[in-house]
Design a protein around this ligand. Structure first.
Ligand SMILES: Cc1cc2nc3c(=O)[nH]c(=O)nc-3n(C[C@H](O)[C@H](O)[C@H](O)COP(=O)(O)O)c2cc1C
Length: 163
């Protein structure tokens, strides 16, 4: 393993990348900058934020580097949504995939991202017979909060220590 490479929009994934860098001792690069430092085919850990279950930057990173493990940062609870994320991004069972809860910061959202979150919030708000999960999602969407924590990287670190 040579490096940690990430894509972040509002900062949560960058925070996780920094924490993982500190805990593993690996250098950390934004995907947009990584090519200056890493040659093609370098073995990396990739972190990207979740956009409609797509891991941002994953396809591009997979073309350039050998990805040993993936961390997807979203609003979903840490350790959940693994099957959906695998399916949408066509990640095989052989590649370790971890989800980590990031947060919401609408002050940093612009353009299509802002429009999509506003539409999703409105749609969920107008829903009748909301489930507990719906209520929780509405809360997460409406209240800007940062859920990044060292606890959320536990599963990743367990995997990392045994490779
Ligand atoms: C347009 C949009 C779509 C999103 N889709 C998902 C999603 O499918 N699943 C999820 O868990 N979080 C989703 N999120 C939440 C982000 O992944 C979350 O805010 C994350 O912390 C952003 O990471 P960043 O701060 O590194 O950009 C979405 C956010 C936006 C703006």
């Amino acid at each position: 393993m040579k490096a940690i490479v990430y894509t972040s929009n509002t900062g949560h994934t960058a925070e996780y990348a920094k924490i993982l860098g500190e805990q593993t001792g690996l250098p950390v690069y934004a995907l947009s900058e990584a090519a200056k430092q890493l040659s093609n085919g370098t073995e990396i850990i990739y972190l990207g934020w979740l956009f409609a279950n797509n891991i941002k930057g994953y396809k591009k990173a997979a073309k350039q580097y050998k990805i040993s493990a993936i961390c997807a940062v979203g609003l979903c609870d840490t350790g959940t949504a693994i099957a959906e994320v695998r399916k949408v991004n066509a990640i095989s069972e052989e590649t370790p995939l971890f989800t980590m809860q990031g947060g919401m910061d609408k002050t940093k959202l612009h353009g299509i991202n802002k429009v999509m979150i506003n539409m999703l919030t409105k749609g969920m708000d107008s829903k009748k017979d909301r489930t507990e999960d719906d209520e929780r999602m509405i809360y997460l969407l409406k209240n800007d909060q940062n859920y990044v924590s060292e606890e959320n990287i536990t599963a990743f670190m367990e995997w990392y220590k045994q490779i």
